[in-house]
Design a protein around this ligand. Sequence first.
Ligand SMILES: [Zn+2]
Length: 138
Amino acid sequence: MTGTERLLSRRTTLGTALTPLDPELRRPRTGVAIVACMDARLGVETMFGLRPGDAHVIRNAGGCVTGDTLHSLQLSQTRGGTREVLLVHHEDCAALSDPATDLYVCMARLRKSEGLPHTDVVRGFIYTRSGALRELRP
Ligand SMILES: [Zn+2]
């Protein structure tokens, strides 16, 4: 059985627990877009107690602010109504040798981005090996 088959098998035991797509929630309730590393150990939804419709979650290797990330954030803000960006990097990251330094670079890149309408609330956090969330301030 492949990994995909195992996940699909779990789906059948979950029944019909999927939440219908509420058109009102195309604009997240919190107005926050979260950019986080794709590391499977980071439970972003659990970390912030997210329910469907609460926030946009954009993930990639490292949780870095790339051109693709900026494009997604631009859509998040212009079409999804988000106004705040929350970045999550983490220790023991396979994509980044120095997550803290990269997080500062990412926050600066966001604040300077001319393509984003809202750059006044950008906050960055490091998820530690012990499971704490530590904010890095510029
Ligand atoms: Zn990572």
